[in-house]
Design a protein around this ligand. Structure first.
Ligand SMILES: NC(=O)c1ccc[n+]([C@@H]2O[C@H](COP(=O)([O-])OP(=O)(O)OC[C@H]3O[C@@H](n4cnc5c(N)ncnc54)[C@H](OP(=O)(O)O)[C@@H]3O)[C@@H](O)[C@H]2O)c1
Length: 223
């Protein structure tokens, strides 16, 4: 049986068939999380599931197109049915077309809008009610530097700004749940010095290719 920081936690990773999603699924499994891994390419998910199981963690591959509301909702329900709950949704699926706008086809920019925006909203909308009932849960989305600052990537940058805005807005909406303003300020659990130290340690211990530019930490209860 796996032991680690995430032992007993159920995590669903979208975009797990390659890149950041795949690496994230492996990293969570290495800390003992139980994984559900989702994307369209089923054979790549099966291969990843095998590698995760070799680490001692469970892995449930789910072939899904996250731009399809019915499929995205069924994905979340499947995890809840098979594992009994969902503690973490890591909505990593995304696409970027590296071409000037004038050379980007409507089909390509529709796909960026669909995957990068709707492909996040559908799973989050499906996962939120049970997390709110549990009173706990993590939702992680992946924006981009071009979602904070303007770079010449018209549609991709637009969708990633949307991702940043949606994440911040949702954080405020959920943080406010059922709390009076004065109560939020008075009783709010503040960050510990060790929380900041852990983020600093992360920033300074990355390989030279990684420049950790901005890390934002808030008290969870702060809207
Ligand atoms: N790589 C970077 O340096 C970087 C930097 C900033 C932000 N990001 C963001 O990080 C995220 C992951 O990027 P990556 O570099 O890891 O890209 P990647 O290797 O191309 O992975 C993209 C993942 O998204 C999945 N996906 C795409 N369309 C989907 C759909 N309709 N339904 C379900 N899954 C879908 C793909 O799986 P299938 O094709 O199997 O469906 C794949 O697993 C993206 O949101 C990207 O914008 C990446």
């Amino acid at each position: 049986m796996q032991t680690g920081k995430l032992s007993g936690k159920i995590a669903l990773v979208t975009g797990a068939s390659s890149g950041i999603g795949e690496a994230t699924a492996l990293a969570l499994a290495a800390e003992g999380a139980t994984l559900a891994i989702a994307a369209r390419r089923a054979e790549r998910l099966d291969d990843l599931a095998k590698r995760i199981r070799e680490t001692g963690s469970a892995a449930l591959p789910i072939a899904v197109d996250v731009t399809d509301e019915t499929q995205a909702t069924a994905m979340v329900e499947r995890v809840q049915q098979d594992y009994g709950r969902l503690d973490m949704l890591l909505a990593v699926a995304g696409v970027g077309v590296a071409a000037p706008f004038r050379n980007t086809t409507p089909e390509e920019y529709r796909r960026m809008v669909d995957v990068n925006i709707l492909g996040l909203l559908y799973p989050i909308h499906a996962a939120l009610p049970s997390m709110q009932r549990q009173g706990a849960g993590h939702i992680v989305v992946v924006s981009s530097g071009t979602g904070r600052y303007i770079h010449p990537s018209v549609v991709y940058s637009g969708t990633k700004h949307a991702v940043s805005a949606m994440a911040e807005s949702l954080r405020r909406e959920i943080g406010k749940d059922g709390q009076a303003v004065e109560q939020r300020l008075g009783d709010m659990e503040q960050l510990e010095s060790e929380d900041i130290a852990a983020a600093i340690l992360y920033a300074v211990s990355q390989p030279p290719r990684v420049n950790v530019n901005i890390l934002t930490l808030y008290p969870t209860a702060q809207a």
